[in-house]
Design a protein around this ligand. Sequence first.
Ligand code: 6PG
Length: 471
Amino acid sequence: MAQSDIGVIGLGTMGAMLTMNIADKGFHVAGYNRTAARLASYMEEAGDLAARITPCETLETFVASLKTPRAIILMVPAGAPVDDQIAALRPLLDEADLIIDAGNANFHDTNRRAAAAKAAGQAFLGIGVSGGAEGARFGPSIMGGGSRAHWDRVAPILTAIAAQYDDTACATYMGEGGAGHFVKTVHNGIEYADMQLIAEAYGILRDGKSMQAAACGAVFTRWNTGVLQSYLIEISGKVSGAMDEATRQPVLDVILDRAGQKGTGRWTVIESQMLGAPVPVIEAAVGARNLSAMRDLRQAGEAAFGAAETAISDTDLSLDDIEAALIAGKVLCYAQGFDLLTRASADYGWDLPMAEIAEVWRAGCIIRSSMLNDMAAALRDGPENLALAPFFRDVIAKNIKGLRKTALAAQTAGLPVPALASALAYFDALRQGRSTANMLQAQRDFFGAHGFERVDAPGAHHGPWLGQHLE
Ligand code: 6PG
């Protein structure tokens, strides 16, 4: 009997948690998994919520169990599995039935899938979902993309299951096609940068200040009560304090220093390059992850050059300086992320709602933080750059000295701080009214007759060297 309000395909951790969240909010939901063996354990995990969940062993029974017009969320791995699932599903559906890809899709794929669906008169949405398993179960942050009418059809369910900030649901329509997945990609790029900035601060505490993991954790936990309050600082405090049962060592000390990645940070960097909207702190974070993976090379490097003398005195650098560095670095990194979103919005004709993007990230997602509420307020006035909004101009002015001291002390001690240093370089470039690109223009004109603009006359000009060096 067609009784389910919505269906979910893919009952891995995220998909299973999402169905339970939907059922918890009073909706009836159907679940289908490619391997039917998963259904039994899944229904057991659902407990009392199983009463509103219909487990389906075949795609046909799954489709038949949904109220029409149907709405189906795909929670399958990004890439080919999404195309395969759509291909298997479409022949069983009516045109008005809506397929919603809720994975971490590349927005180019979402644009392609949305265009194909539109051409065939079919309904399709691509939504970015953030918050990990806990978010999926108790309230994720949702960034929607596709046709507004299709979004409106499922908005009652999506807003009900989303995280709430005060009384506002963290589920927002971003724009046509891949807009939702683009915003989610930039969220992840910022996530990489936020994490890297924290890891660099941890490195200064561990190697510069010789602090044990638990002591580092206590510092993060204290910072979490101030301007830096955020999920990532909070969990950094928690992971630093955790002990490994087997070795009775801090867990952090037994984790190999080699970071993985699924690619969304890299996508952010690629898209920023395509749009000419620089995100150097995110680039530094992606580069640092790549270099972390080259452990053998780093070991060989240490053998070749010797390890750095990394001690940093409290006179040279205080914990307050490092906190200030994280505050300034974070604001500058977000300024870059919002710049990228602004550029993408203009180039792709999306009209992305900047303040609402900050709002939708205030709860549920991995980068949630108290600062995002202030960012939403600042973005509402449409500043040219978030760093130039009066509130954040003051935050930067107050904390930039700490960032400079931290980057300087770390670099003097030989500690790598690519994201912090990059944030500082971005700030210095941002406030340099006259850059050094006049030298680049002169060089380009010298070797390639590319021409340059003059400060005192309009039009394209050449230097006195033109032709001379060819003689
Ligand atoms: C989220 C996360 C989530 C996932 C990323 C991280 O917003 O819930 O960003 O999407 O954790 O895929 O991926 P990697 O660090 O493995 O690239």
